[in-house]
Design a binder for this molecule. Structure first.
Ligand SMILES: C[S@@+](CC[C@H](N)C(=O)[O-])C[C@H]1O[C@@H](n2cnc3c(N)ncnc32)[C@H](O)[C@@H]1O
Length: 196
């Protein structure tokens, strides 16, 4: 397994640029594959501390809208970014999100991760539950033809999770981001053409 280097190139780059975390580089790279339009509506699930929001806000420009939601409060951003506190497992949340977005989303992103306990079985179950909740939130907020970028982990149940995305979207690919820590099992699903 690769050596864990908490202060690698991307960590230092984030510090130099004043970004909250290395996560910003991951979404920058993943967005390149989607060609997100200026003026788009984007929903960011599990947005704190806000690395993705900064990049997404820049990508959609002043005509767009980015709504971030997290179970913990995230710092405030200038328009077009707004943040809400909420649990993505809450069934009443999608209506609040659509209202804050001003319509259905063109893109839903999810970098959600649970607090890990170190007990593999419990952690895997929690990750699976949150990925499923993110997909469910996307089903209820995305417009037909929309896209989703979601963090997943290569663990037990991965194939099953993937098949759920394949049922909801016309085109699904799995990729790894260059800024991901060496040795991490973290992957990203890029799903396009939401079937609605
Ligand atoms: C890796 S961090 C996200 C980093 C973020 N993308 C960034 O660029 O700064 C994962 C986030 O998921 C959030 N989270 C975990 N469970 C959640 C839930 N049930 N609902 C909403 N957010 C949740 C955590 O609070 C945490 O802030």
């Amino acid at each position: 397994m690769a050596k864990y280097e908490p202060q690698d190139r991307f960590y230092r780059k984030a510090r130099e640029k004043g970004l909250p975390s290395r996560a910003a580089f991951k979404i920058e790279e993943l967005l390149h594959r989607l060609r997100l339009a200026r003026g788009a509506r984007v929903l960011d699930l599990g947005c704190a501390p806000g690395g993705w929001l900064a990049i997404l806000g820049r990508a959609v420009g002043p005509e767009g809208r980015v709504v971030g939601v997290d179970i913990v409060a995230c710092r405030e951003f200038p328009p077009p970014v707004v943040t809400l506190v909420g649990d993505i497992r809450d069934e009443t949340l999608p209506a609040r999100l659509i209202e804050a977005l001003g319509g259905q989303a063109d893109l839903v992103t999810s970098d959600i991760a649970p607090k890990l306990t170190g007990i593999a079985e419990r952690d895997e179950a929690q990750v699976a539950e949150l990925v499923e909740a993110a997909l469910q939130a996307a089903r209820r907020t995305l417009k037909r033809g929309g896209a989703m970028i979601v963090k997943v982990f290569m663990a037990r149940g991965f194939k099953e999770i993937l098949s759920r995305f394949e049922a909801a979207f016309g085109n699904v690919e799995v990729t790894r981001a260059r800024a991901t820590r060496p040795g991490s099992s973290e992957l990203y699903v890029i799903a396009r053409d939401f079937r609605g």
